[in-house]
Design a binder for this molecule. Structure first.
Ligand code: PLP
Length: 376
């Protein structure tokens, strides 16, 4: 057999890029770690499952429809979103998860030699898509666990095309207030595209948290990401979207491959949008879970970072990969944070109370009990 001359075929930026290794399927993990249960606290999934109306759509999907291509431009959902937010349907671009929208934007605006700017400790897909596409990603260190606006502005050069802000940030839960985001956008003054990733916006109740979508008419260089994976619990169907000024979205649309969003996802997402009760129930679960967990972590003497969103980051007195293995042996799946450049931290998805109690029990078995303070 002839050899393929890969070294001549593969671009340098691909040669130096390592593939992301996703976790194995649940049944394989159970065998591997010898555990009989598996509680997934690793992906910020919503354990309450999809809203009722979405469940009905999924339940009643007529199998013969599987042979028909979906709407190529996700027509009904875009009209519904336009109605909900008071914008034009062409201002929305729906993707196979918000992840796909990240590559739409980068492909639309970057060419050889260009760069994007984001934080060093945030959702890694912005950085990855830029790098495996052959562009630079400048990573500005977080300050006090939050995005550093001044640092990002200083980092801009003549080849910067896009700035990515995760608001609230995964994994720290920090967020920019409306004032801070406005100030940042004012100083960018339309010179670059500013992406605000609002994957967790439905979890935030604070008054000063900005709704990026409401700001698009004032800042046409602003592009907002939303997803149905987190609050709406449709992660397995893969659907998310971006919103922006019509001219900007018309450009981004050129980089989309149609039919990437399946029929069931389109219908289930549309149905999900009206369920306010689902949001309130989920927020309630997250509030209780966080209250319980923070109390327990304090008792254990473990530092933690508890911001907005359905997750908490915990600092452990051991390596996160060791903790991962020890927790997995007890059927508890968490996210190691070394990949997010937070060594010795794990991130926990807030779940129902029984799962939170089981997690605390497992954690207590792997961390030394704090020595009681001497009273002298
Ligand atoms: C989960 C997540 C996404 C990706 O969502 P999908 O729609 O499932 O691709 C995007 N951004 C952040 C910050 C996330 O945590």
């Amino acid at each position: 057999m002839k050899q393929v001359r890969l070294e001549n075929l593969v671009p340098d930026h691909i040669k130096h890029f390592e593939a992301y290794i996703p976790s194995k399927p649940d049944d394989e993990l159970k065998k591997l770690y010898g555990c009989s249960r598996l509680i997934r606290l690793n992906n910020n999934e919503n354990p309450l499952g999809p809203p009722k109306a979405s469940r009905e759509i999924i339940d009643r999907f007529p199998p013969p429809h599987a042979s028909i291509y979906p709407s190529g431009d996700v027509y009904h959902l875009r009209y519904k979103l336009a109605d909900k937010f008071g914008l034009h349907p062409d201002q929305f671009l729906v993707g196979n998860g918000a992840n796909e929208a990240i590559s739409f934007v980068i492909k639309a605006f970057c060419q050889e030699g260009d760069n994007i700017i984001t934080a060093d400790k945030t959702f890694a897909v912005y950085e990855w898509v830029a790098e495996f596409s052959g562009f630079q990603a400048w990573l500005v260190p977080l300050v006090n666990f939050g995005f550093d606006d001044e640092g990002m502005l200083r980092q801009i050069d003549e080849r910067t095309k896009i700035l990515f802000i995760c608001n609230p940030n995964n994994p720290t839960g920090s967020y920019w207030s409306e004032g801070r985001l406005r100030d940042f956008l004012d100083r960018i003054a339309g010179r670059q595209i500013v992406v605000v990733d609002e994957a967790y916006c439905e979890f935030v109740e604070n008054e000063d948290y900005p709704d990026g979508i409401k700001m698009i008419h004032e800042y046409p260089n602003l592009v907002v990401f939303r997803t149905f994976s987190k609050m709406y619990a449709l992660a397995g169907l893969r659907i998310g979207y971006l919103v922006g000024d019509r001219e900007v979205v018309d450009i981004i649309r050129r980089t989309c491959v149609v039919y990437s969003v399946n029929t069931v996802a389109q219908a289930a997402a549309l149905a999900a949008l009206d369920d306010q009760e689902h949001i309130l129930r989920t927020r309630d679960m997250v509030r209780r879970g966080k209250e319980f967990l923070s109390k327990e972590l304090e008792l254990m003497g473990l530092p933690f970072v508890n911001g907005q969103g359905n997750f908490i980051m915990i600092k452990l007195p051991m390596s996160d990969s060791l903790a991962y293995r020890k927790l997995m042996a007890q059927g508890m799946m968490v996210r190691t944070m070394t990949g997010f450049r937070f060594p010795n931290y794990i991130r926990i998805t807030i779940s129902k109370m029984d799962a939170m109690e089981a997690f605390v029990e497992s954690l207590a078995k792997i961390v030394p009990t704090p020595t009681p303070r001497r009273k002298d």
